[in-house]
Design a binder for this molecule. Sequence first.
Ligand SMILES: [Zn+2]
Length: 356
Amino acid sequence: MLRTLGRTSQADIARSTGLSREVDAKVPDGRGGRPGVQLVLQDSSRAVVGIDVGHSHVQVAVADLAHDVLAERMCDLEVRDHAFDALDRSARMVEEVLVEAGVVRSHVICAGIGIPGPVDRAHGTVGSATILPGWRGLQIAAEMEKRLGLPVEIENDANCGALAELTWGAGRDCSNFAYIKAATGIGAGLVIDGKLLRGASGTAGEIGHTTLDEAGALCYCGNRGCLETVASGPAILQLVGQGRSESLTLGQVIELAALGDVRCRRAISDAGTEIGVAVAGLCNLINPERVIVGGLLSRAGELLLQPIRDSIRRHAVLAAAERVEVVPAVFVERAELLGSLALALSGWNPALASRA
Ligand SMILES: [Zn+2]
């Protein structure tokens, strides 16, 4: 429980596990017992590794069991069609962060890796042939285990973001929420009764491929009129790029919007409206307490969030719409990286410790 929660009180451990706190009185050194006392694992020699593979970058971090990040590193890399490059580069970066953090390899107990596509955890592969074609059929977990010599847990990137928000962020006190990652792609990590919903083949939460317009633009997934064709980073850039001589990045569009550029503001708020339509359907299905909006686009703040709220109110069942609050994520660029650490922390099975 401490490995999963990091710092927590004995009272919370008692609540989460159902174990009695009566045992406190028998602790011979008299430590602990009072509900306000924060506990933390003291095994500072052990560590976990997290790897976030994005569409155009790889990030790597090492953390101890007290959830303190000891070192992290990032590099730009086009990963979509270069799976082996991404895995090789990640493995080299793991070596670098371990040296920087002064962590001995044999003391790392598990690695978590987040992938920007649906993940079939049973087979350790990407769960869709069209969403990440360059990774098709690749045994990601096995390939990384070979490179790192560690047990490896793999997960979808939006699910990693949801895990980070659940463990340390805007979902900490919430057991039913949807985390929406709005960036180059749009994905969702769904937490139901405190657990990630993964689905039969790992595509649960692929909200970016919700059909909004059957006669709409052709999507890379093979369908038409998906949410991503109108509200993803590339879709926004295409809209605001028309009539401009220089090409913009999504970060620049968000900055220009904050400075009052009406075209950028309209493009972002329209994206919010469309995302809200898809999220309204999600609210009808899972009735979340909270929708946590993350990803680079969430840097636009209320400009994105308010249209999402308006769309939910307009399109969802009244009771579901009234119940849900739409809030910004605590983590933006680092959510998936931190989530891959949370994945390693929660995924490590003590029974497998001899493998580490
Ligand atoms: Zn699609």
